[in-house]
Ligand binder design. Sequence first.
Ligand code: URA
Length: 430
Amino acid sequence: MSEAFDAVDVIVAKRDGKRLTDAQIDWVVDAYTRGVVADEQMSSLAMAILLNGMDRAEIARWTAAMIATGERMDFSSLSRPTADKHSTGGVGDKITLPLAPLVAVFDVAVPQLSGRGLGHTGGTLDKLESIPGWRAALSNDEMMRQLDDVGAVICQAGSGLAPADRKLYALRDVTGTVEAIPLIASSIMSKKIAEGTGALVLDVKVGTGAFMKDEARARELARTMVGLGTDAGVTTVALLTDMSTPLGRTAGNALEVRESVEVLAGGGPADVVELTLALAREMLDAAGRPDADPAAALADGRAMDAWNRMIEAQGGDPRASLPVARETEQVVAEQDGVLARLDAYAVGIAAWRLGAGRARKEDPVQAGAGVEIHVRPGEPVRAGQPLLTLHTDTPERFGRAREALDGGIDVAPAGTAVEVGPLVIDRIDA
Ligand code: URA
């Protein structure tokens, strides 16, 4: 088959700072997926995009071209509106677990297609797989049935959505081009738009434990994604939220499930509750339920009922005991004072090294491994008091986990005023 363009011409256009035409974009994304454009050519184009950027129309066209390489899901046969949340990833970010059943209480369907963790951020599916019997892989029919019956589903994204993204993401990962905002935004939004949700709330994390360390870049990413969603007819808003400190008091799979269940039981750490409610209100508002009261549904057990039904529908036993790591060790305060900083990245790497995360896609994770946080920034500490408990099945990992925490914990003299910034930094809508 003769090809419409020559890959080199497309690369040279972007290298020289020109905007790509719609036809060039459609062709290059499709031809790469078909294997006609080679990896080295696409990596060169990705680098040119990273260096020279793309305008809003180019990014929208690139996103549409990625969607066109795969299937689109369609929830229009459901009797209720759909709303979904996407987080750019953080440490201790278990919010999807309480959030999906909570929003479903209000007759909104939540089709939450999730992933596994790679690197220092955990994956929602890894967390749920610590529940005995629970399974992540559902067929499209099973997913629709569960959305009809229960209203919430958290499952693995099928391989049919935006296959161009899978190939391109793996290439970006090994060519130093992950950070390009047009490529991050189109990667995330192609999957969310193809999934067919009516409303989307983005939790764009900022801080050491996030993908975007810098607020200005996080803001630009949020604006770009909100623009893409809106242009595709999806009601989209973004919250910019802090990820310089881990969320809640746990990082690790079963540990985070336990904490999520506490939130569903009306308790749990204040920051996890605050973010769950902020995102729930945005989802409910975007789905046409502005008067819903999600705090009441956490307090009176309706969210917990929805959680139990959601876990059972996927073969899990919500009442079974969760796995516990075989060994624990404590990290204690060396002096009296006040905890001034607990670095999210350091805790994320420690949890990962303890076995909660994986180094390669195919590695297994330890369900019980991770870090339990006893003291949060701003709280007083006494010398010898446990700050963290490290959990693992493989105690030879403790040393490397402790190394990761070096420099990540600051205790200031007692009486020092520690300023804890807001969790929700800003809200960005269309
Ligand atoms: N998550 C994605 O799905 N894609 C990116 O490019 C970055 C984060």
